[in-house]
Ligand binder design. Structure first.
Ligand SMILES: *Cc1c(COP(=O)(O)O)cnc(C)c1O
Length: 376
């Protein structure tokens, strides 16, 4: 059996969790939480990293920080996970979905440019498979239009664009530590804040609307309710677990990239023969090997190939029913421009097994099964 994914485990998690338990207090913003945040701040260069219960919460905190509300528009790619759109729709925004590019399945920046209106408040690029969206073009577009970039970097910890870590290029960036991601603690996330002017309010919104963070730093002698906020701290147990993973993340990502490259090399002959298409990476970017996928020629072939792999106990999976055609997407948004790639290519995309310490023999087995499916 070769599963689609296995949660990353470094082996150091039990001793970190035991240390957190021995220290006594398991609520948020403790020593391990601070350790993870310091690691993220130093790895990404952001002004402040805040651990939160999930990437979805990081995106919701972004919406609160930006004061997103009814009448505001937020541009997102239609080919993404529900959270990218749902976090902003929850605060009343209208979601404007745009197409993706076939090579990378990342937001088509020209389509985003055409979707901007007087009501546009934010653009949310997704770095699909941990491979950067065209951030150069997007940053020029957003600054010309005076629109904020919130990066959905859920899949992209450790990836870069022009040598800058993904999640740190926009005003705000959201990371996920869900068990399916490269670095995980079951459920968890972080908000990376690029703009120092947003830090104080973000801490207040995360702490039930209070300035408890200032109090804990000794800046005020009591704390009080300052704003309408929420409770968005990650507890110490998952933070302790996560600390082990973050510190091992360069090696974890390097091993995944090696498997990713092995897939590319093994499947290149099938691409040359016209059977499948392989992922393209963004120029001037590095990726973290989060996902490897192939594209078949049709939906029927996608389903057949998936079935053929499953018959050999190989996990394979489709990705994302386009959000603009999903039931909630129809209610909260509209598609701007032409759907040239999103619907057609999500019906052809098949993810292959990829996880930390995947045996190279297993990558070979998967590639050989695909070759056999095509009679090659
Ligand atoms: C995983 C993922 C999310 C959600 O992350 P959670 O931590 O589970 O909330 C959001 N966006 C994208 C693109 C993802 O891949």
């Amino acid at each position: 059996m070769i599963p689609l994914f296995r949660p990353t485990l470094t082996g150091l998690e039990p001793e970190r969790v035991a240390a957190a338990m021995a220290a006594g207090s398991l609520s948020g913003a403790g020593a391990f939480g601070r350790r993870c945040e310091a690691w993220l701040e130093s790895a990404t260069g952001c002004a402040r990293a805040l651990l939160v219960p999930s990437c979805t919460h990081a995106l919701e905190l972004s919406a609160m920080l930006l004061g997103i509300g009814p009448g505001d528009e937020v541009i997102v790619p239609s080919f993404t996970f529900s959270s990218t759109a749902s976090a902003f729709a929850l605060h009343g925004a209208t979601i404007v979905f745009v197409d993706v590019l076939a090579g990378t399945m990342n937001m088509d920046v020209a389509a985003a440019a055409a979707a901007i209106t007087k009501r546009t408040r934010a653009i949310v690029p997704v770095h699909y498979a941990g491979n950067a969206c065209d951030m150069g073009a997007l940053i020029s577009l957003a600054s010309a239009a005076n629109v904020t970039i919130v990066e959905d970097a859920a899949q992209a910890l450790g990836s870069t664009y022009r040598e800058r870590p993904l999640g740190s290029l926009g005003a705000l960036g959201a990371l996920s530590f869900h068990s399916t991601k490269n670095i995980q603690c079951g459920e968890g996330g972080a908000l990376l804040i690029g703009d120092p002017a947003m830090v104080d309010r973000a801490e207040i919104l995360r702490e039930k609307g209070t300035d408890r963070a200032r109090f804990l730093r000794g800046e005020v002698d009591r704390y009080a309710w300052q704003e309408v906020g929420s409770s968005l701290l990650l507890g110490e147990l998952p933070a302790a677990y996560l600390s082990a993973q973050l510190e091992a993340s360069p090696e974890v990502n390097a091993r995944r990239v090696a498997s990713w490259e092995q897939y590319q090399a093994a499947l290149a002959p099938l691409e040359r023969a016209g059977h499948i298409e392989l992922p393209r990476t963004t120029p001037e970017a590095t990726h973290n090997g989060h996902i490897f996928y192939v594209k078949t020629r049709s939906r029927a072939e996608q389903v057949a190939l998936s079935g053929a792999l499953k018959a050999r106990d190989i996990g394979a999976a489709f990705h994302y029913v386009p959000l603009h055609s999903a039931p909630a997407g129809v209610r909260v948004g509209r598609f701007s421009g032409d759907d040239r790639v999103t619907t057609a290519d999500s019906a052809r995309l098949l993810r292959l097994p990829l996880y930390d310490r995947m045996e190279s023999a297993d990558v070979e087995t998967v590639a050989a099964a695909i070759a056999q499916f095509y009679g090659a």
